[in-house]
Design a protein around this ligand. Structure first.
Ligand code: NAD
Ligand code: LMR
Length: 329
C-alpha cells in the first residue's frame, strides 16, 4: 500500500539548524523509514535563495521518501494542510545573552505563525517550537491558534534532556541506553531543572547511585543548564546539529511513543500539574503515544527539587507577562 505523504513544515529552513534537520527528515528520521514526506520550507524573503540551494541539495540526495519540496515566504502556503510544523526560524542568541533576551526580537514571529496554523493547518497538526525562547514562543503560537487544541503545541526541551542523559552516562560510566526516567522541568533556559531523583541507571535510582550532592549542584545541573552558552562560546555559533537531532527525537517519540516504564521531557501547555500555573508552556515528564502525551503524575518533589522547579516557573511567568505587555498573547 502506498502511504499518503505527511506534510512537514519547517520554518527558518535556510538557517543552520535547518541545514542539519531537513536532510534527516527526508531520510525518514522524523516519522520513520516507511513514511513519505512533503516539505514546506518557510523563510523570510531575503533567505529564499539560500533555501532554494538547500532544496537543490535535497533533490540531489534522491531520498526515496521525499515526495516534494515547496519553498515560500508566505505563511498560508507554508502551513496549508500541514501535519507537522517545526518552528525553527528565529534569531539565535549571541555570547553574553540569555535566551529570554530574544523575546522582543523573536516573539513577534510566532503570533502570525500561530494564526496561520489555526487557519490553514490540517486537523491533525502537531507543532514543535525550537526558536528561542522556545517555551514562551510556544505559548505565543498556541495562544494565537484558538481553534487548535493546546495539546498540539510543544516546545523543545529534548536537547536539554539528551544533554542530561549524556552527562549522567559519563558520570556513572553507563551507556546512554541504560539511562531512563530523567526529567527536565521548567524553561529551556539557565533556570531549567534537570532532575535525576527519579531517573534510573541500569534500573537503579540515579541519585542514590551517584550519591554526590556536590556534583549534582555544582557540576551536573549547571553543565546541562548552561550547555547552550558553552557551545556558543566554543563554536561561535549556537548548537545546530544536536538541536536538529533533538527535534527529530522529540517528534519521533511523540508519534512512536515512549518505552514502557520510561518517559521523556517536553515543553507543553500546563494543565496545572505540579503547581505549574495553567497555560504556561513548561517542561514536564511525559509519556507519549500516537501523537498524544500524558504528564507523568505523582512524582515526589523534595524541597531541593521544588525550589528549582519554582524558580524556573517564576521565570516563565515573567516571560509570559512580558509578551502579554507586547500584545503577543
Ligand atoms: P540561524 O540564524 O542559522 O537560522 C535562523 C533562520 O530563521 C534564518 O535562515 C532566518 O532567515 C530564518 N527566519 C528568521 N525569521 C523568520 C521568520 N519570520 N519566518 C521564517 N524564517 C525566519 O539560527 P539557528 O541556529 O538555525 O537557530 C534557530 C533558532 O533555534 C534560534 O532561535 C536558536 O536560539 C534556537 N535554538 C533552540 C534550541 C532549543 O533547544 N530549543 C536549540 C538550538 C537553537
Ligand atoms: C541551546 O540550548 O543550545 C540553544 O537553545 C541555543 C542557545 O541559545 O543556547
Amino acid at each position: 500500500m502506498t502511504r499518503t505523504p505527511v506534510n512537514v513544515t519547517v520554518t527558518g529552513a535556510a538557517g543552520q539548524i535547518g541545514y542539519s534537520l531537513l536532510f534527516r527528515i527526508a531520510a525518514g528520521h522524523l516519522l520513520g523509514p516507511d513514511v513519505p514526506v512533503k516539505l514546506r520550507l518557510l523563510e523570510i524573503t531575503p533567505a529564499l535563495k539560500a533555501a532554494e540551494g538547500t532544496a537543490m541539495e535535497l533533490d540531489d540526495c534522491a531520498f526515496p521518501l521525499l515526495r516534494g519540496i515547496e519553498i515560500t515566504d508566505d505563511l498560508k502556503t507554508a502551513f496549508d494542510g500541514s501535519n507537522v510544523a517545526l518552528l525553527v526560524g528565529a534569531m539565535p542568541r549571541k555570547a553574553g545573552m540569555e535566551r529570554g533576551d530574544l523575546l522582543s526580537a523573536n516573539g513577534g514571529i510566532f503570533k502570525p505563525q500561530g494564526r496561520a496554523i489555526n487557519d490553514h493547518a490540517a486537523d491533525d497538526i502537531r507543532v514543535l517550537v525550537v526558536g528561542n525562547p522556545a517555551n514562551t514562543n510556544g505559548l505565543i503560537a498556541a495562544s494565537n491558534a484558538p481553534d487548535v487544541p493546546k495539546t498540539r503545541f510543544s516546545a523543545m526541551t529534548r536537547l536539554d534532556h539528551n544533554r542530561a542523559v549524556a552527562q549522567l552516562a559519563k558520570k556513572t560510566g553507563a551507556a546512554v541506553t541504560e539511562i531512563s526516567n530523567l526529567t527536565i522541568w521548567g524553561n529551556h533556559s539557565a533556570t531549567q531543572y534537570p532532575d535525576i531523583f527519579h531517573a534510573k541507571v541500569g534500573g537503579k535510582n540515579a541519585a542514590e547511585l551517584v550519591n554526590d550532592q556536590a556534583w549534582l549542584e555544582n557540576d551536573f545541573i549547571p553543565t546541562v543548564a548552561k550547555r547552550g552558552a558553552a557551545i556558543i562560546e566554543a563554536r561561535g555559533l549556537s548548537s545546530a546539529a544536536s538541536a536538529a537531532s533533538a527535534a527529530l527525537d522529540h517528534v519521533r517519540t511523540w508519534f512512536h511513543g515512549t518505552a514502557e516504564g520510561d518517559w521523556t521531557s517536553m515543553g507543553i501547555v500546563s494543565d496545572g500539574s505540579y503547581g505549574v500555573p495553567e497555560g504556561l508552556v513548561s517542561s514536564f515528564p511525559v509519556t507519549t503515544k500516537d501523537g498524544d502525551y500524558q504528564i507523568v503524575q505523582g512524582l515526589e518533589l523534595d524541597a531541593f527539587s521544588r525550589e528549582r522547579v519554582d524558580a524556573s516557573v517564576a521565570e516563565l511567568v515573567s516571560e509570559r507577562d512580558e509578551v502579554a505587555k507586547l500584545g503577543l498573547v
